[in-house]
Write a protein that binds this ligand. Structure first.
Ligand SMILES: C[S@@+](CC[C@H](N)C(=O)[O-])C[C@H]1O[C@@H](n2cnc3c(N)ncnc32)[C@H](O)[C@@H]1O
Length: 189
């Protein structure tokens, strides 16, 4: 059995139907979607029903061998390592379903630089699906108020503060930051 998060990352395992539905509901007809780590293409095929174009990256050729047949015209599949591949021009939305992803920061930087607008992922919180606006300005941790934060590096957490400031809104609001205590590699620099 694999022991480390890095080993988990290299395993192909499909997600459940509610997770796929959460992703599909966020896809728009004009989207050009890049799926990072597409496995046997079961989600990529469904993405291609909705989106204008889908590009699927998967590094395990064995997984692709049995899957990449009878593809829709708007789905292009590449057997590549996403850490090294360049994001194609025109990608509007990326999908990264990889709860144990160790390379969130790398992918976020590459997608941001390529002008990609959104990243739909379960990689930051390790649960649920979120759509991250990649082009929105982010806050510095020091100026972020008490509450949940999600960092550009992929880390998440709760910034502490006085107990009397706790309220129900703090439980759902998430602040996007660039320099959380665990990353020390601020995008702002
Ligand atoms: C948890 S599976 C999810 C598969 C698919 N997205 C789905 O939801 O059905 C993650 C996939 O990412 C692939 N993967 C992990 N790291 C990768 C990398 N650096 N480049 C390309 N594929 C990668 C794995 O081989 C695996 O198939």
């Amino acid at each position: 059995m694999p022991a480390t998060a890095r080993e988990w990352e290299s395993i192909w395992a499909p997600y459940d139907e509610p997770t796929y539905n959460q992703v599909l509901e966020l896809i728009r007809p004009n989207d050009v979607v890049l799926e990072i780590g597409a496995g046997d293409l079961r989600l990529a095929r469904r993405l291609a029903y909705i989106a204008r174009e889908v590009i699927a990256w998967e590094m395990q050729t064995a997984v692709l061998t049995n899957a990449a047949h009878g593809l829709p015209d708007n789905l292009a599949v590449y057997a590549v390592d996403a850490r090294r591949a360049a994001v194609p021009k025109g990608v509007t939305t990326a999908v990264l379903l990889m709860r144990h992803c160790q390379h969130f920061h790398l992918y976020a930087n590459k997608l941001h630089s390529a002008g990609c607008q959104r990243l739909i992922t379960n990689a930051r919180w390790g649960m649920g699906v979120e759509a991250i606006n990649l082009q929105v300005p982010r806050m510095l941790y020091t100026t972020t108020p008490m509450g949940w934060y999600a960092c550009w590096c992929g880390a998440t957490g709760f910034k502490p503060g006085p107990a009397e400031y706790l309220n129900p809104e703090l439980e759902t609001a998430v602040h996007e930051v660039v320099d959380c205590p665990s990353c020390r590699h601020p995008l702002a620099n």
